[in-house]
Design a protein around this ligand. Sequence first.
Ligand code: PLP
Length: 440
Amino acid sequence: MSTTSTTATTIAPVSPFTEADLAAIRAQFPILERTVRDDQPLVYLDSGATSHSPLRVLDAERDWYLRLNAAPHRGAHALSEEGTEAYENARERIAAFIGAGADEFVFTKSATESLNLIAYAFQNSPHPLYPGSERFALREGDEVLVTELEHHANLVPWQEVTRRTGATLRWIPMGEHGLLDLTDLDSLITEKTKVVALTHVSNVLGTISPVAKIAEAAHAVGALVVLDACQSVPHLPLDVTTLGVDLLAFSGHKMLGPMGIGGLWGRADVLADMPPFLTGGSMIEQVFMDRSTYMPPPARFEAGVPAAAQAIGLAAAVAWLTEVGMERIHAHEQSLTRRFLDGFAERDWVNLLGPAGMQDRGGALAFDVPGVHAHDVGQVLDAHGVAVRVGHHCAWPLHRALGIQASARASLAVYNTPQEVDAFFAALDQVPAVFGIERS
Ligand code: PLP
């Protein structure tokens, strides 16, 4: 069986990029010119784990250290003032990229930190400084709802916060074809539900969650909705004002930006009621020996000297993505996803995991070769210069639900080409011979 889905596929999207466009894009990512394993061209299909950065991002970071390097929001000297301006401009630009205002956007070090920050707001509520924080307070009898598709970053923090507060953790199960099974949604989202935290696009299966439907059900009972947008923000146009969620997290290094920087968006009224996660310098209003008061958002959530160079690098990534155009990037990646789906459909000795229909998925393509461990598949691909991720991809429960230990996963970014998809399949086709599997 080549796929597990019966969903009808839509007409293949055509990439808006010509070969010359793609060559011009790739020329901005020097790492893609690398060779690996006996001088073979690198075929990088692991952007879901981390993406590469265009020169513009590296230049922006270097420029920070060459010209500005001072702690933002501290000091009265020229460098500090210019550094603060550059840091706040970066915030404005990144917020605008997702349709938000600057005061609703918090810099974190990663999506993992963003999600922990949110989970801790629930644990640290109610907070005496913020009467509105009552809406985050979790107690015995309250419920937190996640899904079986979650990355550990949007699961483990909720396990911990429910354990500490006595609330109950529940989840929407994975149904057929790697889609969420909403059959019991009415009994999963009830008056007891305080928060629903879910992934926008699965980092393993590429499944796109029905966010609007789930958010509507959650809001009907007064629950807050948290979206893990790590695998959507880099790949499709996204506007927080129309998504219908209350809080959203993403990672810089998955969207052509630097490592060590992430984002948290929250609706202004939600952030205003949230108690802080990390405390210390830069987030305070007044400090006495026995108590302190805190700044309004976003400063309340940015304790300590921020990762300013990385923030500015991420703003450069966002500027680059905007110039290329998120609509075009999405269409290009869809055309490559379609090519992958066709390739998997032609091979009955490999199982594509997750939706086979274009309308239900993004460009994360996990697969399983029955009888061959994912690590061995990855090694064969690597021997041909093809980089994919292998293992449980930080989504162990999802793999358990699929009844497998591990999978291999190809994942796309704007700089991938149809030739790379073909190179992937040429390398994958070596697997049956290496492991003595019959091919039909
Ligand atoms: N959520 C999803 C869906 C992811 O794919 C990842 C990373 O793979 C994360 C969260 C965590 O991101 P980070 O490790 O950058 O914090």
